[in-house]
Design a protein around this ligand. Structure first.
Ligand code: MG
Length: 484
């Protein structure tokens, strides 16, 4: 069976989500004391920000992403105008904090004549001629989505990365860093590997050797060595050091969390370094590797949450929105699917259901929802459920290894989210499309995690839910883990 959402789509969906989570995780520690123990999304920082709120890095990324998701050519004058307009509108209407160089260029461009992108590029160039210091990390921090905009064309990707960087950052090193990171994201998404050197032939030729050396210097190095990371080169090095020092070579989803902790640990511009690292880790490991505790709270300008980041990334990856097709569809509800609303045999405050149960949260008396299947724009959050209490989980229905690369991690993560909701005193609906495979597998893992012996848990779920598949990889891993 072909996966309903293939692995490359999972990875593309992880680019914005991973970057935003890095940003929100780094926000509390920007130019401040390092975390004691693990970094947490506790808010504060320069905004100050709410817990889980992202900052200018993700805000500016979304200016680019909202254009990219419309299927617009990011190398065209129209595409660059749209991005330039979005930056200017953001400065007036959305910016919670702004990098010094970006603010200067956006303000000076207002006084120039010409098309929006020409005014920005000219102001950026003028600043460079005046100061010679325009290689701040503000272009690199917002480049991520460029890596999934034209997934089959590395040259177009590089042209777009450079042109968008040059809107505010004229120094070729700033553009080069965006080119390298965008190409690394493109490679990670399409091939599932981390290779920052993949774009070395695309940088400014006279800087090629320096970039090769800078990458080598950062590989496996302590990210704290690059604490002076307001500069494009050192920000890239800090992010790459954080990724490579935490890579155990086991392709584990946990690398995403380890890498982001290390990125925040680099210090100084923590949100930016972690946003940069998060976009590449998200591309490598996918939306499915982003833990639910982060997805619940991550949010920010312009009023987006995890669902929106995934929708925008998926539409960018697929070349624009196709109305009526997931994710650009109002609802995934299907009247042909019956309701279930069955109490979990071990914990009756976990309600097992189908897509049709999503419309009756009040009737079921639930205060939280965990959705295991793709949802439409109006399905989330479900009626009466606060956005942070409606979790969407990236899990495919078929049993091939490729479609759920981190199955054990995801089952573990969902089960812990369920226990968390229950600890908060909430009754929870867990549902997928038709409750024949994903929902029972999660119900099974939850029972096992509550201490029920796997064989007994399997029997009780099978008895409670006759007609489920009750076999295959999802079911087996839910009961016994990946090695069982
Ligand atoms: Mg920031």
């Amino acid at each position: 069976m072909v996966a309903d959402r293939p692995i490359t789509l999972d990875r593309a969906a992880g680019v914005l989500l991973g970057g935003a989570c890095g940003d929100a995780l780094g926000v509390p520690y920007e130019m401040a004391a390092p975390p004691v123990g693990e970094a947490v999304m506790k808010g504060g920082g320069l905004g100050p920000y709410e817990p889980g709120e992202w900052s200018d890095d993700t805000q500016m990324t979304l200016c680019v992403a909202d254009v990219a998701a419309q299927g617009v050519d990011l190398t065209s004058a129209e595409g660059l105008d749209a991005v330039a307009d979005a930056f200017s509108a953001w400065l007036v209407g959305g910016a919670t904090d702004v990098g010094a160089q970006t603010r200067t260029v956006l303000a000076e461009a207002e006084r120039l004549a010409g098309r929006p992108h020409e005014r920005l590029t000219a102001a950026s160039q003028a600043l460079h001629e005046r100061t010679g210091l325009t290689a701040g990390n503000g272009a690199l921090m917002r480049t991520s989505v460029v890596g999934i905009w034209n997934i089959g064309d590395r040259f177009a990707t590089a042209r777009a990365a450079r042109a968008i960087a040059e809107l505010t950052h004229a120094d070729p090193l700033a553009a080069d860093s965006s080119v390298l990171w965008s190409e690394a994201i493109r490679v990670a998404t399409t091939e599932g590997r981390l290779d920052l050197g993949a774009g070395l032939d695309l940088v400014t030729p006279s800087h090629g050797d320096s970039w090769a050396q800078w990458i080598e210097e950062a590989t496996g190095e302590d990210p704290k060595r690059f604490v002076n990371n307001g500069y494009s080169v050192t920000a890239l090095q800090a992010a790459w050091a954080a990724i490579t020092t935490t890579d155990r070579g086991d392709a584990s989803a946990m690398h995403l969390q380890r890498g982001l902790q290390a990125a925040v640990g680099a210090g100084h511009d923590t949100d930016t370094v972690a946003a940069i690292a998060g976009s590449l880790l998200g591309a490598r490991y996918g939306a499915s590797a982003v833990p639910t505790q982060w997805r619940r709270v991550v949010h920010g300008w312009p009023g987006y949450r995890a669902h929106d980041l995934v929708e925008i990334a998926v539409c960018t990856w697929s070349g624009g929105r196709t109305p009526g097709t997931w994710p650009s569809v109002a609802t995934m509800a299907d009247p042909a699917i019956g309701q279930l609303g069955l109490p979990h045999p071990i914990d009756p405050d976990i309600v097992l259901g189908t897509m049709s149960d999503l419309a009756r949260t009040a009737e079921l008396g639930v205060q939280a929802v965990v959705s295991l299947c793709p949802l439409g724009l109006e399905d989330v959050p479900a009626a009466g459920i606060p956005p942070r209490d409606h979790l969407e989980v990236w899990m495919n229905e078929d049993d091939s290894e490729d479609s759920n690369p981190h199955l054990d991690f995801v089952l573990d993560d969902v089960s812990s989210a369920l226990r968390q909701f229950r600890a908060e005193g909430k009754r929870v609906l867990v549902h997928c499309r038709d409750a024949t495979h994903r929902t029972p597998a999660v119900a099974l893992r939850y029972a096992v995690d509550l201490g029920v012996a796997p064989e007994l848990a399997e029997r009780s779920i099978l008895q409670a839910m006759p007609g489920i598949r009750g076999e295959g990889r999802l079911w087996h891993v839910a009961a016994h883990g990946i090695s069982g």
